[in-house]
Write a protein that binds this ligand. Sequence first.
Ligand code: TRP
Length: 335
Amino acid sequence: MAKNRILSGMQPTSQLHLGNYLGALKNWVNFQEKDDFERLFCVVDLHAITVDYNPAQLAQATREIAAAYMASGIDPKKSSLFVQSHVPEHSQLMWLLATMAQMGKLERMTQFKDKAGKNKERAGLGLFAYPVLMAADILVYNATHVPVGEDQKQHLELTRDLAATFNTRYDVELFVQPEPVIAGPAPRVMSLRDGTQKMSKSADSDMTRINLTDDADTIAKKIKKAKTDADPLPETLDGLEGRAEALNLVTLYAALSDMSKEDVLKQHAGQQFGAFKPALTEVAVAHLAPITSRMNELLSDPAQIDNALRDGAEHARSIASKTLAEAQKTMGFFV
Ligand code: TRP
């Protein structure tokens, strides 16, 4: 049986926050302990240019995301780290898949609708085709498992659909159906100011999120100002129902200290937030400080990052070029 292969990626659009870390990176790192998995993690720079971006910052932002991967525990000896645009096979396969991607289906993608907004007529083709490139990212490696956030499930569905369409149309078994892995210690980290909104890099106020580059004082200030309610912490999870902000802080505490939410409540039941918040600050700082300092260390001498990315791309290309050649042959190209 083919080995399991896991692939995921993040966009170099801006600073990473706790939601990215607990919802994705920490989960990726867990896969490193699994021997029967080959791991590929990329920085998806080609996706980042589908919206307004700053060309003067793209390369550095790409490096920073790679630094965050490494600082979070992704080990280039155990996983291939690379930049999406360094493996041209992604774009090449995308074109082949684009011929099979139905406009109607792409129009139903909620992320496209959100990002295009009212100005759909002016949206670029790249934004519209974004999910097809993502499908190519995955299928060019025949990844079996793809850790993604809830909001990417629809894109994964489209990827599965394209794999099936290709296989059926050309009567081959070239592409495998990738499974989404929606997990992580805290798959949905919410805003510190509104427990019904996801923690997001696009939220206007920086007080809504904890960035991976925040220092201890900043983290303390943000947690202190986080929205809560006036009730003490309950003994069981049911007691957090209807208390979105309280639940979020308990979830963060649990994920950062590798405990279950139930155990966190057992330990802190009856506490007011005036007491719980400093405890949360302590685990957050203890967990994040080494990551932040490792990230800064890597970025101050980026040769290590750049070497890992070069080796990663070379390995990735060795897989991707075979799949692409197979797809081209199947489609009847003069190869
Ligand atoms: N669209 C994904 C996101 O915004 C990023 C992404 C691009 C991705 N290509 C991918 C994730 C391939 C997993 C696999 O989160």
